[in-house]
Design a protein around this ligand. Structure first.
Ligand code: NAD
Length: 493
């Protein structure tokens, strides 16, 4: 089997060591790829090439028209090779092919969006007092480290990468050890599109070893991580010690607030999508269903029917709705949490056990459990196909329950009363809120959370601002000469 390596200074690099990471497909449990863990000298080299490329100005000072062209060319190559990318993603993480088609079908938009943004972005001139002109430029930060998770390997890497490169930064990226292969193809496309060597580098390995090594050095100006709370706190500490920027996109326990004035069938299919896409393994998965008492019975019976109609199985089949979870560990963890929740008084409405009808793979039955908002199952991120259901009486109760969590990533509100939709949205403590929808994402739309769900934003103008900082230039155009130390100096007055 071919062994993949890392990507440094425009080339795939190998160290021929025995530290091999095997990528196991969670459906057939077979090894699909092997990747060498990078060694410390490769990491040093990736950081050094990245840093030198930034300092050289070969990309950071390149005319934005040329930077934009490289990004647009990359977008074209992504679209041309989309089927190959989809296949790698399904092989790595076992998500149903129909989901990966929908997600990766929009991947190139991120490169196109940021390629356009840098063509129209204008600096500013401040109302500086006196005969001065103060113009403010936005300039790239330097070498940035990007650390990405396994659940949307390409989407999350591209969200970060397209913005950082557009802004003129150099990048060292570490993909998750569970999904390290697809990003290597993007490196090829960037090369082919004319990105100067050294501007984009990839290293491979485990977070606590290779990830941390990337965070502790003198080359890096920003660390950008998407991952769990634990990794988020660790990289925050490193960034604080080094005095550099950082941003984190972390976990969530997103509520879906269903009001009695919703359209039931529409809400049922939206809630099923909101919680069970990717087998619940997304940060913004709607994992807490807050349902108004007056419609709870009717709604839950319709939801149960919908869930029992979902096809669980082979992710390579276009018919499949629900694929496996990422690993056996994850499967057993979910099962244990459900057992604990039942012991604590939770009532299973549907699902609630490991799915055993398929010969191989890590399948859990899509599950709805009636519980209390304070229960662990309703508070901890589970990363599996499990929906905790909590009943409320009034709008005020729904808002209180929705906000009663350490997370603040996303929420959805289901109502046909748009005044209610906007009013409730304005009271929710989270970064992304959908009204009558869930999950919808766009390169232009800010993405990120409140509270323990992270710091900073991906996407759009905001992300661009966070991958640049300002250089403020103050020019004196006064014809008068001012001697600071003379008794007549105007500056004293
Ligand atoms: P994880 O935290 O285990 O790993 C994420 C990445 O961080 C991996 O590349 C990993 O190797 C690295 N890492 C882990 N420990 C590290 C350390 N000490 N130092 C440096 N790097 C380290 O998360 P995961 O299991 O890959 O992904 C799932 C998590 O990501 C969930 O909590 C999910 O909510 C979150 N997530 C958030 C968003 C968002 O946009 N907010 C999107 C997707 C996933």
């Amino acid at each position: 089997m071919k062994i993949y390596g890392c990507f440094i200074n425009g080339r795939h690099e190998f160290n021929n060591s025995n530290n091999i990471i095997s990528v196991i497909n969670p459906f057939d449990e077979k090894i699909k790829y092997k990747v060498e863990e990078s060694n410390f000298s490769q990491i040093e080299s990736a950081l050094e090439f990245g840093y030198k490329s930034f300092k050289s100005g070969v990309w950071s000072k390149l005319d934005v028209r040329e930077r934009s062209e490289v990004l647009n060319n990359t977008a074209t190559l992504i679209d041309k090779n989309i089927e190959e990318l989809i296949k790698i993603e399904v092989n790595q993480i076992g998500r149903p092919i129909r989901e990966m088609r929908a997600q990766l079908g929009r991947l190139s938009e991120w490169f196109k969006y940021f390629a356009s943004l840098i063509r129209v972005f204008e600096g500013s001139v401040t109302p500086f007092k006196g005969d001065y002109i103060n113009y403010v430029e936005r300039v790239p930060l330097g070498l940035v480290v990007q650390i990405t998770p396994w659940n949307h390997p390409l989407l999350i890497s591209i969200k970060k990468l397209s913005c950082a490169l557009a802004a003129g930064n150099s990048v060292v990226l570490k993909p998750s050890e569970l999904s390290p292969v697809s990003i290597l193809r993007i490196a090829d496309f960037l090369n082919e599109s004319g990105l100067p060597k050294g501007v984009f580098n990839i290293v491979q390995g485990y977070g606590s070893k290779i990830g941390e090594k990337l965070c502790v050095n003198n080359y890096v100006s920003k660390i950008d991580l998407t991952g769990g709370d634990k990794a988020g706190k660790i990289i925050g500490e490193h960034a604080g010690k080094n005095g550099i920027y950082y941003s984190t996109e972390l976990g969530g326990k997103s509520p879906m607030l269903v009001f009695e004035d919703c359209e039931i069938e529409k809400a049922v299919s939206g809630i099923t999508f909101g919680c069970f896409i990717a087998s619940g393994q997304t940060c913004i998965a709607g994992t807490r269903l807050l349902i108004q008492k007056s419609i709870s019975e009717k709604f839950l019976s319709s939801l149960k029917k919908k869930m029992l109609s979902l096809k669980i199985g082979d992710p390579y089949s276009l018919e499949t709705n629900i694929g496996p979870v990422i690993s056996r560990d994850s499967l057993l963890r979910i099962d244990n949490k459900i057992k604990e929740a039942v012991k604590e008084g939770g009532e299973i409405i549907v699902g609630g056990k490991i799915h055993t009808k398929i010969k191989s793979g890590f399948f859990y039955e899509p599950t709805v459990i009636m519980t209390k908002n304070i229960a662990n199952i309703a508070q901890e991120e589970l990363f599996g196909p499990v929906l905790s259901c909590i009943i409320f009486d009034t709008e005020e109760d729904a808002i209180r329950l929705a906000n009663d969590t350490k997370y603040g990533l996303a929420a959805s509100i289901w109502t046909e009363n748009l005044a209610r939709g906007h009013s409730v949205a304005s009271k929710l403590d989270c970064g992304i809120i959908w009204i009558n929808d869930h999950h919808k994402n766009d390169p232009s739309s800010p993405w990120g959370g409140f509270k323990n769900s992270g710091i900073g934003r991906e996407n759009g103008y905001e992300a661009y601002m966070q991958y640049t900082h300002t250089r403020s230039i103050i020019a004196n155009y006064s014809r008068k000469y001012d001697d600071w130390f003379s008794d007549q100096a105007s500056r004293y007055s």
